[in-house]
Design a protein around this ligand. Structure first.
Ligand code: SF4
Length: 396
């Protein structure tokens, strides 16, 4: 099927094989490019993002980036909005839950990011840079991005990219050189540039990702970093010269089929690692989220064996990984029941999870401490046995 079914009778959509590959098989073909070389103009890219409707702040439409984006979307209906955040017809309409994946495919929001702040992190990155987007065209059932977005979570692109880049440059310069190595990186300050979206998919419709990769190429004391579940061959042309780290997220195929909706199949992400390394990226992996269920150890073993079998030595030599155990959220659980209830059989397991109220008042759910610690210890054992070359940067 071209798009995931909306509220199917079977209980939920399964992972779409965007490139017509069976996701449990080895990749058979690379994502196609069009005659002029741009993947983003290909039919495969349009299966991910086929924008039919834009909600936009007037200032975003008037900006150079906004005009560039709209020039690539001729004839698309535009609705002007006062602000990009919590648009009533979009985020406030509970009727949109049954169109969750469809809205991600055909709707785009353009806004101006008002607050440009860089936050310390210390786990995945040293710093979280102000993101150039918020929301995603993919639809992972556990994704934390929609937790405060209500009933829809399409991509919002921020068009004031010059201000975002200028802010990041200033922040990098203010740090000076990194003098103490840490697990984020031994030498460079690492800035996560994609906290609330997926930079690879954003690059299908705008140059924000390219501008950030360009900026970090000229910042010798810093490195950009983003996690992705989408293989966008257009990123291979960006010439990052080692200053951008791509973190391909991986999980067992059975989990991905149920949870990683609309993403590139996991074998394709793994198969892309060498191409990205050869194009000048640093390539790491996110083992995430780790979902506990009967058989999880067997299936993670299979995944680690697969990584060991197919990755060339040059990828292994520079690779590192983050392990992130599943966290979930009560409000998102209720939204998910409306469009993909079968995912909740895996994600919502009150017997082994505990609830914690976060600083913003949301009720987040995570594995009980002892359960989580046991699982992490087991996963570390599996890694030591099957992929000893994969250094764990941190486990969370
Ligand atoms: S790819 Fe990332 S941002 Fe997009 S839906 Fe999945 S978890 Fe969320």
């Amino acid at each position: 099927m071209d798009q995931p079914a909306e509220a199917p009778a079977s209980g939920g959509p399964e992972q779409q094989t965007l490139f017509d590959w069976a996701d449990s098989e080895a990749p058979q073909a690379a994502p196609a490019k069009t005659a002029d070389g741009a993947f983003r103009d290909s039919p495969q890219a349009r299966r991910m993002l086929d924008v039919r409707e834009v909600y936009a702040e007037p200032a975003a439409l008037d900006s150079p980036r906004g005009q560039q984006i709209m020039s690539r979307l001729p004839g698309v209906q535009v609705t002007e909005v006062d602000g990009h955040w919590l648009i009533p017809a979009l985020h406030g309409n509970d009727g949109n839950i049954s169109r969750w994946a469809r809205i991600k495919t055909d709707t785009l929001v353009l806004g101006v990011k008002q607050s440009l702040t860089t936050r310390p992190n210390g786990r995945s990155a040293d710093w979280i840079a102000p993101g150039a987007s918020n929301g995603c065209a993919m639809a992972c059932a556990y994704c934390y991005v929609p937790r405060r977005k209500g009933f829809a979570n399409p991509i919002t692109l921020f068009t004031n990219i010059e201000a975002i880049v200028a802010h990041v440059r200033r922040h990098v310069r203010a740090q000076g050189p990194k003098t103490e190595p840490n697990q984020c990186d031994p030498e460079a300050w690492v800035y996560d540039i994609g906290e609330n979206g997926d930079c690879s998919v954003d690059a299908l419709v705008c140059d924000n990702t390219a501008d950030l990769v360009d900026a970090f190429r000229t910042l010798p004391t810093a490195k950009a970093s983003f996690a992705t579940k989408f293989v966008n061959p257009d990123l291979l042309a960006l010439d990052p010269r080692g200053r951008t780290r791509v973190r391909f997220s991986v999980m067992p195929a059975d989990d991905a089929r149920l949870l990683d909706i609309r993403t590139s199949p996991v074998p394709e992400r793994i198969a892309a690692a060498a191409d990205f390394l050869d194009a000048g990226y640093e390539v790491h992996f996110n083992l995430s989220p780790v979902v506990l269920r009967p058989g999880w150890e067997r299936d993670w073993t299979d995944l680690l064996v697969h990584l060991d079998d197919v990755l060339p030595a040059r990828v292994k030599e520079q690779a590192a990984a983050e392990i992130i155990m599943l966290t979930h959220n009560r409000s998102l659980h209720e939204v998910n029941l409306g469009w993909h209830p079968r995912a909740e059989d895996l994600l919502w397991q009150p017997d082994i999870q505990e609830t914690k109220r976060s600083q913003n008042g949301a009720l987040n759910v995570r594995y009980a401490l002892e359960t989580k610690q046991r699982a992490l210890a087991r996963l570390r054992e599996l890694l030591a046995r099957h992929a000893p070359w994969l250094r764990i940067r941190y486990a969370f």
